[in-house]
Write a protein that binds this ligand. Structure first.
Ligand code: AKG
Length: 251
C-alpha cells in the first residue's frame, strides 16, 4: 500500500499526492519534452532556462505538499530534469540515492518531486522506492554501472533481496506527483509497454538546513546555476539566492 499521508514522510521517505496538476495544464510541458527529444535537445535544468518550467516548479499544490512533507514553508529549488522512456525503451535507472550525485548540496531535508507527465504504472516502468531506506541518512557505497545499453545513471547501490521485495511502485496518473527523500533508494526498469513514460523531477531543500556550495552548483562544467527561493517568510533567503516567491501567484 502506497503512502499518501505527508505526516508519514519523515518515517517512510516518500509520499504520493493525488491532488496534482490537471493533464491539460501539463500538456505544453509534455509537448516540449516530445519536441526536445525529437530534436536531440537535453532535458536538464529547464527551470533555469525556460520561464514556464520555473513557474511549474512554483505551483502552489507542489509547494504545499513540500511544506507538509518537510514541515517547513522555507523552501529552495536547485535542480530539475525530465526522465523519459519511449515505448519499448531499454533505458533503466538502477537502484541509487540522489544525494550522492549532488556534490554541491548537503543536508538531510533534501527531496525530489516527481511529476507524472504520463499515466505511469508497472507496465510502463514507473519508479520504485524502498520505503525507510533513507533511515540514518547513510551514504551507501556507489558501484560503477558497467557500460551497457540502457543504463541512465553511471553508478548504483547494492540492494538486498529483502529491500527489493519491499519496494513500492509509484503508480501515478498524469499530473499527480510523488516526493522522495534524497537518501531514499529508488530506481526503475526498462519500459516494455507501448506507452511513453515521462516524469519531471524537481529537486528542493529546506532553505534553513540545506547547504548549497554555489561555486560547485553548475550546469555541466561551466554555467553557474541559480538557487531559487520558492517559498517562505524570508528567513531562508540567503545571499546569492534568487527570490521567485511571486511565481506561485501565477497559478
Ligand atoms: O524516473 C526514474 O525512473 C528515476 C528518477 C530518479 O532517479 C529521481 O527522480 O531521482
Amino acid at each position: 500500500m502506497s503512502n499518501e499521508d505527508p505526516s508519514r514522510f519523515p518515517e517512510l521517505g516518500y509520499c504520493l499526492f493525488r491532488d496534482g496538476l490537471s493533464p491539460a495544464a501539463l500538456e505544453p510541458y509534455s509537448a516540449y519534452v516530445d519536441e526536445a527529444l525529437a530534436e536531440g535537445r537535453p532535458l536538464g535544468e529547464m527551470h533555469a532556462f525556460v520561464a514556464s518550467w520555473r513557474s511549474l516548479c512554483c505551483h502552489p499544490k507542489i509547494l504545499r505538499a513540500l511544506e507538509a512533507s518537510l514541515g517547513t514553508p522555507e523552501l529552495i529549488l536547485f535542480f530539475s530534469s525530465a526522465f523519459v522512456k519511449q515505448p519499448h525503451d531499454a533505458k533503466r535507472v538502477d537502484w541509487h540515492q540522489d544525494n550522492t550525485y549532488w556534490p554541491a548540496i548537503s543536508g538531510t531535508d533534501v527531496v525530489t518531486v516527481w511529476i507524472a507527465l504520463d499515466d505511469v504504472d508497472e507496465e510502463n516502468s514507473c519508479m520504485n522506492v524502498v520505503p525507510r531506506s533513507h533511515a540514518g541518512y547513510r551514504e551507501l557505497e556507489m558501484i560503477p554501472v558497467e557500460e551497457e545499453k540502457g543504463a541512465m545513471l553511471g553508478r548504483r547501490v547494492e540492494v538486498t533481496a529483502e529491500m527489493s521485495s519491499s519496494a513500492v511502485p509509484m503508480i501515478l496518473k498524469t499530473g499527480e506527483f510523488s516526493i522522495h527523500d534524497s537518501h531514499l533508494v529508488h530506481g526503475s526498469a526498462p519500459n516494455h509497454s507501448s506507452r511513453r513514460r515521462g516524469g519531471y523531477t524537481i529537486r528542493y531543500g529546506n532553505a534553513l538546513t540545506t547547504k548549497v556550495d554555489l561555486a560547485l552548483h553548475k550546469y555541466g562544467d561551466h554555467e553557474a546555476l541559480p538557487v531559487y527561493y520558492v517559498r517562505g517568510e524570508g528567513t531562508g533567503l540567503h545571499d546569492g539566492y534568487v527570490d521567485v516567491r511571486a511565481l506561485s501567484g501565477e497559478w
